[in-house]
Design a protein around this ligand. Structure first.
Ligand SMILES: Nc1ncnc2c1ncn2[C@@H]1O[C@H](COP(=O)(O)OP(=O)(O)OP(=O)(O)O)[C@@H](O)[C@H]1O
Ligand SMILES: [Mg+2]
Length: 273
């Protein structure tokens, strides 16, 4: 009699499971973006898995921020901007006119390059979203959401004794974690981060990178970065953009060791950009 065959799992723990299962949180097909006559994104298609960090890299002006903003319709706020093609979050067309954009931006939160707390207290920065979305039935519940969000953002211990102080009085790194807490407070599923560490020192950057690594257990995270080292440290997948096109998207380790395309190779070895 043959001994039973033990199948080895083909998915390494580091590989996002969603990839193996073929489940994607964000899918885009043939997306074009124009600012007036300027064609900023060309026929871009991508499938972004859940519970993983995807890094967008590429030279300045290649369209990273433009495409990132498409994912929660932030480009709607730019009058000259026109988006065509198809973008879905959880299989729902986010450009459907029936979509409530305020709800969409709660589900697909955003953290910007420059920390931008509201000119309000630390507490109010985090409580604002849950309040307008009616997520808390009482003051106690709101307090709980604020504490939980600040804990998840790794800021609670530093601010718990001064919740009524202005958010703008925190250090840059703390302000950025406050902005992450603010995004988390409304139960997002996707978090978009556009160069979230570029205004921060190396210690604050390391703190945010640790946080991103913890958050990926629960969220689909997309981060734009100019730092190859950062992309390699925090992401499981990397997308290389060039001149408004997505050149390639795949496993971060493979991208940095054996990219498919010469343009990617040239960029990551510093030959242009
Ligand atoms: N509001 C705007 N109006 C007109 N053109 C714009 C606007 N925003 C971006 N663009 C243009 O679209 C193209 C893509 O810009 P985008 O900001 O997406 O690039 P990026 O890859 O994020 O660059 P960076 O790394 O410098 O942030 C660029 O040519 C840019 O000049
Ligand atoms: Mg940008």
């Amino acid at each position: 009699m043959n001994a039973p065959v033990h199948h080895q799992t083909l998915v390494t723990p580091e590989k996002p499971k969603a990839l193996a299962a073929g489940q994607f949180k964000v899918t885009a097909r043939d997306v074009d973006v124009f600012y007036g006559d300027k064609h900023a994104i060309r026929k871009l298609s991508i499938d972004i898995p859940d519970r993983a960090v995807s890094a967008f890299i590429g030279p300045s002006g290649c369209g990273k921020s433009t495409f990132l903003r498409c994912i929660n319709r932030m480009n709607d706020t730019i009058p000259t901007c026109r988006v065509t093609g198809d973008i879905k979050v959880d299989k729902n067309d986010i450009y459907d006119p029936k979509i409530d954009v305020v709800q969409l931006r709660a589900k697909v939160g955003m953290v910007f390059q420059k920390p931008n707390p509201f000119p309000k207290s630390i507490y109010e920065n985090v409580a604002y979203g849950p309040r307008i979305h009616g997520l808390a039935a009482s003051k106690t519940e709101l307090d709980e959401i604020v504490e939980k969000s600040l804990r998840k953002a790794g800021l609670w211990e530093e601010v718990k004794d001064r919740l009524q102080h202005p958010g703008t009085g925190l250090s840059g790194g703390q302000q950025q974690r406050l902005c992450i807490a603010r995004a988390i407070a409304v139960n997002p599923e996707v978090i978009l981060m556009d160069e979230p560490c570029s205004a921060l020192d190396p210690i604050a950057t390391a703190r945010i990178e640790e946080l991103i690594d913890e958050l990926r257990q629960n969220y689909c995270i997309v981060i734009v970065t100019h730092s190859m080292q950062q992309a390699a440290r925090v992401s499981q997948l990397t997308a290389f953009f060039h001149l408004g096109t997505l050149v390639e998207y795949g496993d971060t380790d493979e991208m940095f060791t054996a990219p498919q395309e010469k343009r990617t190779q040239d960029y990551i070895t510093g030959r242009f950009g």
